[in-house]
Design a protein around this ligand. Structure first.
Ligand code: HEC
Length: 91
């Protein structure tokens, strides 16, 4: 009885790498999608989960910068996403 089949193992390894490669490529596609989102989109998707979205002119530029930092942690945003949202709110 053969207990060690090198061919089978090679195929399993190749198959495993294939799956790994596909999932890595998919995760890149995912982050490109996020990168392609505009500040307005990110704002609409993230800022009304917990409360109504305050309109852009309800706060000054400086206030939005501070609120952005505060809400980045609450909404679990990345720095890039927060920058886009704050840029949208203060344009
Ligand atoms: C996980 C829930 C959550 C998310 C998501 C969230 N917020 Fe908030 N937000 C809060 C809570 C709670 C408060 C009130 C307490 C506070 O100020 O921390 C608040 C308060 C605010 C206020 C009022 C601040 C003030 O001084 O009156 C503004 C403006 C605001 N959020 C904007 C945003 C924006 C913009 C986003 C999107 C980037 C966002 N929030 C996402 C929970 C959230």
């Amino acid at each position: 009885m053969k207990t060690f089949n090198i061919r089978k193992i090679t195929w399993i390894i190749i198959f495993g790498f294939g799956i790994l490669l596909v999932s890595v490529m998919n995760s890149c596609v995912e982050s490109q999608k996020v990168a392609a989102k505009s500040g307005a989109q990110l704002w609409a998707e993230n800022c009304q989960r917990c409360h109504n979205t305050p309109s852009p002119n309800s706060f000054s530029h400086e206030q939005w910068v501070t609120i952005g930092l505060h809400m980045e942690t609450r909404a679990q945003l990345t720095d890039k996403e927060r920058e886009k949202i704050v840029a949208f709110l203060t344009q």
